[in-house]
Design a protein around this ligand. Structure first.
Ligand code: PRX
Length: 652
């Protein structure tokens, strides 16, 4: 190479080297910086440069990914020695074995030291403008009651409370002492609940339940209203008890796989099952999804309006936000109290940054018109979330265009009580978000679709049964007292995979859309309920011979409840009175939302010759798809179908 002189050559070489190094450092620096900003613990993961390569890494290097996340996100008393020991075909799921930690320390103590002034909870009470804010050191905060734990490790506690700081305190108190919250020797409740200006007698409901539950030894009663309630020998005034105990309660060291809580949820058969979640994996998954699905930043106010008794409230009103040291809103009211502007007035007043709600409420509010939204300043909003049921395009568009002023990403989050946290969802930073689609798997999640023969469908577009091919830390471990049922329901339908019970469509781009349940579970206003549960209650009525419950498409609720009832011979003349009676029974034994929208009395149900009710036929009648009735050759008595069609026409 020709060089004019040594000096020049030196200059050229140096400047060349500088440029090369500069660009190298630029690229390296940016890469390092981008990944660190994306997820600090991902720095150093091979080949990871953006969200999608991180997702790929998290699935193909699951153990490295989750180990790094667990070390970075959780405070451990003792480090874990094994990241995972799982075999989906056997229903064996264990994460972070050898590790010990305390969930309440992770949700409270460690944040008290770093930012004691930060508001942890905002209790948005029923009456707008009467909110109460609590920092971790305040009297109203969960920390105080947490320190006055009253039971022993290993106990079980049922919490039956509306969204309020004492409910969160009770959950964290259980976590602190190592008592699983739900099934019980102790019940914690309030005297009365208040919602939409109406008082509900919660304590009275507990009294009735405790009568049939000899295992319950004590009931702690907090006062939500000033109205006194009758106290029994087992009852104790919660606030009085808390005052008595002024000792600081040291947190128990809990094993990663100790039970954290149980939540009961519906399946297609039998009684609701107690889904079991454990300590470390659940907390990590709730925290990570909360931070990344909603782009939650320190100092943001997170507004999840779900009831805290639902898994959504557990993961995204309580554990996720608190583990992240965030500010979370506990919403006691309804979307239309005192008027349909409630959510948005609250967003303005509390300066909410992420709003997370259910499609059924969005559909309801849409009908009241844009003016209720536009009246209020929503400029603090950054992300809008949807949960619990499919969100139709009209509701999605309205949420995005009107509520989010077209500038806030809408994340349609798919998950279940069993998954512990969000599994399929767009991310706010994604370049493309398709309305009404959950789209992409979260870190560590590998969805697959199964065809009717149980084979994985690899082509796109495709539809099939949605399964998850790899375990993840947030997944349920078992069904309380019934591991067999856990295996049967989730592991056996497609051995080696977790079967979700949902059907899904995958577009040619590879995006997922949930199409609904594949079993006899329906989703009414985001509430999951087995048709068999409603039938069980209806069949308890002495005049009823048998019944069949079907879900049908409903404008606001997503699905409505349609009930076919066959009366006993001598009860034929009581139809008018019975409708009301059946509604009351369902409301009392299950919930108001489970009440039938329609009750059709029929002479008989369409059955196969082997006596199985042909639900497919009933569904088609209710959907008015008479051309789709399909093959009726196995029907015992084809006349039954004609009777049902005529009766349906008269009723609807
Ligand atoms: O059918 C799916 C539906 O709700 C079921 C889970 O209900 P649950 O256990 O009560 O959990 C609710 C909190 C996530 C699922 O099997 N589901 C949930 N999210 C969506 C959904 N269906 C469609 N799109 C969703 N985003």
């Amino acid at each position: 190479m020709w060089l004019p002189c040594r000096c020049t050559s030196k200059t050229i070489v140096t400047s060349y080297a500088r440029r090369v190094f500069k660009s190298y450092f630029c690229v390296f620096g940016r890469w390092k910086c981008d990944v660190a900003a994306l997820m600090p613990e991902a720095v150093g993961f091979e080949g990871v440069k953006d969200c999608s390569s991180l997702q790929e890494f998290s699935v193909s290097n699951s153990a490295s990914f989750w180990a790094a996340a667990a070390r970075h996100r959780l405070s451990w008393i003792k480090p874990f020695h094994t990241v995972q020991d799982c075999d989906l075909s056997l229903g064996r799921i264990k994460w972070f074995e050898g590790g010990q930690l305390n969930v309440s320390v992770n949700c409270l103590d460690r944040h008290v030291d770093t930012c004691p002034e930060r508001v942890a909870l905002i209790w948005e009470r029923d009456e707008p403008g009467s909110e109460i804010k609590a920092a971790p050191g305040d009297d109203m905060s969960p920390r105080k009651p947490v320190e006055t734990a009253w039971r022993e490790k290993g106990d079980c506690v049922t919490i039956y409370m509306p969204p309020c700081p004492l409910a969160v305190a009770s959950m964290l108190a259980c976590a602190r002492i190592g008592a699983a919250h739900n099934v019980s020797s102790t019940v914690i409740t309030v005297n009365q609940g208040v919602r939409a200006g109406k008082v509900t007698e919660l304590k009275r409901t507990v009294d009735a339940a405790v009568k049939d539950c000899p295992s319950v030894q004590q009931v702690l009663v907090a006062m939500r209203t000033e109205n006194p309630v009758t106290m029994t020998a087992k009852d104790m005034d919660m606030e009085e008890e808390m005052l008595k105990e002024d000792v600081v309660c040291e947190p128990e060291a809990m094993d990663s796989e100790d039970v954290l809580f149980l939540l009961y949820t519906s399946g297609s058969t039998g009684k609701p099952k107690g889904v079991v979640h454990t300590q470390a994996g659940y907390l990590l998954y709730a925290a990570l999804t909360h931070r990344y699905v909603f782009s939650y930043q320190d100092g943001d106010v997170f507004g999840c309006v779900a009831d805290i008794g639902w898994i959504t409230g557990h993961s995204y009103s309580v554990y996720g936000p608190l583990a992240n040291g965030g500010t979370t809103v506990l919403f006691e009211s309804t979307p239309i109290y005192p008027d349909p502007g409630r959510y948005w007035e609250m967003v303005q007043r509390l300066k909410i940054n992420q709003f997370y709600g259910a499609p059924t409420a969005i559909r309801l509010l849409l009908k009241y018109g844009d003016q209720w939204v536009q009246k209020y300043d929503r400029s603090t909003l950054k992300t809008l979330g949807s949960v619990g049921e499919p969100i139709n395009t009209e509701a999605w568009e309205w949420y995005h265009r009107v509520v989010g002023d077209g500038r806030c990403p809408v994340v349609d989050t798919w998950w279940q009580t069993e998954t512990g946290g969000i599994c399929i969802t767009p991310r706010p930073s994604d370049p493309e978000i398709v309305p009404g689609m959950a789209m992409r798997p979260f870190f560590g999640i590998k969805p697959v679709l199964m065809d009717t023969e149980g084979k994985v469908v690899t082509s796109n577009p495709a539809s099939g049964a949605l399964c998850l091919a790899q375990p993840w830390p947030g997944m349920a471990r078992t069904i309380h007292n019934n591991h067999e049922r856990f295996i049967e329901t989730y592991c056996q339908p497609h051995p080696g995979y977790f079967f979700t019970g949902d059907g899904a469509y995958r577009s040619k781009e590879g995006y997922y859309q949930i199409t609904g349940r594949l079993d006899d579970v329906i989703n009414v206003s985001g509430h999951r309920i087995g048709t068999a549960e409603i039938e069980d209650v209806v069949n308890q009525c002495s005049a009823v011979a048998e019944s069949a419950v079907i879900g049908y498409s409903h404008d606001i609720k997503g699905q409505g409840v349609y009930t076919f009832v066959v009366l006993k011979k001598d009860a034929d003349d009581q139809e008018a009175d019975l409708s009301q009676q059946l509604n009351n029974m369902v409301s009392k034994n299950i919930a108001k939302y489970a009440c039938p929208d329609f009750i059709q009395f029929v002479q008989r149900l369409p059955k196969t010759r082997s006596g199985k009710i042909m639900r497919r036929v009933l569904r088609k009648v209710v959907e008015r798809d008479l051309d789709g009735l399909g093959d009726l050759s196995t029907l015992d008595d084809p006349a039954a179908v004609q009777e049902i069609i005529q009766g349906h026409r008269k009723l609807c």
